[in-house]
Design a protein around this ligand. Structure first.
Ligand SMILES: Nc1ncnc2c1ncn2[C@@H]1O[C@H](COP(=O)(O)OP(=O)(O)OP(=O)(O)O)[C@@H](O)[C@H]1O
Ligand SMILES: [Mg+2]
Length: 453
């Protein structure tokens, strides 16, 4: 992979000149026409070098420099300054810029500075290649919101420890990605990372999956088989949906965690392993603990290092970066109109990052124009049934009762349509008693088929 350079300049000719020059040199060049779009690009991509004009309207080169240094300090930043802007150039150097060039500059100077910087410094992007030309899981996690900053701050600390981890968070919040990041940042990074979805494997197979079996242990066990604990030896075992683990296996899991030893199904030999367990759940385990469907002792063994992933709706500032990231991932040549972006930013994303990712994929498949506009966004996103909270209350105030009645009425109608007019079914869809449902229909004068339907 070639080294990546981002050019930021509001002057098209400047972008062009630098682009052609660096492209010829074999670098992978992107360009932005100003600070605003540069900040966006920097959130979703890592560059080895950023070349930015100092004086730009709205967001200045200094602000671009600050952004680069805060998110990716190893990236080299070269400033381009106008004649007579020595003060700002000095300021930039203090803030960590690599160098500055005063306009008009010699092409040869640019070439020299870039070659020196990127030839000597190991590229940050290249350093983090985890084998097949992919960025590390940790680097793939996008998050500048306060809630995610805390997560990103915790991950390396968790990775440095050997204790078990319990990741909680709603579906689609990035639990698996976080688990991989912990593994890749840990001293076990070169060893296996093995995932088991405890909810997806039938109970009678799960024990043999986890611990293996010996030939003849049960019908169908035609040969000895290693379990996932053995395969994960020296590495990390990711127990996804651990809340679904049957009680019988919870006992066995607890024993492995306490003794680092187990037997294969049907076997008599004790097998010793060194496995770090990361468990994840999207259910509140509190219920299970109270009702006795999840063992308290196992819970404490797993929950040594808890990591809570916030729902996407509490990560306001991250949504836009995630949209641009997923768009860039599947269709880098497409752009998105401000109107379409607004629609996506307003949507509450109850299905979290996964829903967002799937939506972007769907949009680019359905739209074959270079710019994604509002009409390309699926209707349920444009007009979500789960009404978003207001951005702001207008100074004239709002009529809260009216808004709520309006929402209620729409739900009643939708439920009736879905239930094909059968009121008892519609009531059930809304989790209402039949009486309460009928009362509300009457309140809004919604006409429906009469009793006996
Ligand atoms: N902060 C993030 N930045 C970039 N991509 C993310 C982020 N969080 C999640 N993703 C991506 O979103 C998708 C869903 O994430 P993941 O599978 O880790 O979620 P999960 O919490 O395990 O979901 P589920 O409970 O549904 O299994 C993945 O493709 C993942 O790479
Ligand atoms: Mg998952």
């Amino acid at each position: 992979m070639g080294k990546r350079i981002l050019i930021v300049d509001d002057e098209p000719s400047m972008r062009e000149v630098l682009g052609i020059l660096l492209d010829k040199e074999g670098y992978n060049v992107d360009s932005c026409d100003g600070g605003v779009s540069a900040l966006r690009a920097l959130q979703s991509d890592v560059y080895d070098m950023v070349i930015t004009d100092l004086r730009m309207p709205e967001v200045t080169g200094i602000e671009v420099l600050r952004a680069v240094k805060s998110t990716s300090p190893e990236t080299a930043v070269l400033m381009i300054t106008a004649h007579g802007a020595a003060d700002s150039a000095v300021e930039a150097m203090k803030l960590g810029a690599l160098d500055y060039l005063t306009k008009p500059f010699q092409v040869e100077d640019v070439r020299r500075i870039v070659r020196t910087a990127l030839g000597n410094a190991t590229s940050r992007a290249a350093q983090n290649l985890s084998g097949a030309g992919e960025r590390s899981s940790f680097e793939r996690i996008i998050g500048r919101s306060a809630a995610m900053k805390e997560v990103l701050h915790l991950l390396p600390r968790i990775a440095a420890s050997e204790s078990n981890v319990m990741i909680t968070g709603e579906s689609g919040t990035g639990k698996e990605l976080a688990a991989k990041a912990v593994h890749e940042l840990s001293s076990r990074q070169k060893e296996a990372f093995v995932t088991v979805n405890c909810g997806a494997i039938p109970e009678n197979l799960l024990e043999s999956e986890l611990f293996g079996h010996i030939k003849g242990a049960f019908t169908g066990a035609v040969a000895d088989k290693k379990g996932l604990f053995e395969i994960a030896d020296k590495g990390t075992l990711f127990l996804d949906e651990v809340g679904d683990l049957p009680l019988s296996l919870q006992v066995k899991l607890l024993r492995v965690l306490e003794e680092n030893a187990f037997r294969r199904v049907g076997g008599t030999d004790t097998i010793r392993v060194n496995v770090r367990v990361i468990a994840a759940t999207n259910k509140e385990l509190g219920e299970g603990l109270k009702e006795g469907t999840f063992r308290r002792d196992l819970y404490y063994r797993l929950n040594v290092l808890p990591l809570k992933l916030p729902p996407l709706r509490n990560r306001g500032e991250d949504v836009e970066s995630l949209i641009l990231h997923f768009l860039n991932k599947c269709r880098p040549e497409r752009t998105i109109s401000p109107g379409a972006m607004d629609v996506l930013l307003r949507y509450p994303w109850w299905g979290n990052v996964r829903e967002l990712e799937n939506t972007i994929e769907r949009i680019v498949v359905l739209c074959d124009e270079p710019v994604i506009r509002e009409e390309h966004i699926p209707e349920e996103i444009r007009m979500p049934e789960q009404l978003p909270l207001p951005q702001e209350i207008p100074s004239g105030g709002v009529n809260l009762d009216g808004i709520i009645e309006d929402i209620e009425k729409r739900y009643l109608q939708k439920a009736l349509v879905k239930a094909k007019g059968v009121k008892t079914d519609a009531a059930r869809l809304l989790n209402l008693s039949f009486r309460s449902f009928r009362h509300r229909l009457a309140k809004y004068g919604l006409a429906v088929r009469e009793e006996g339907d």
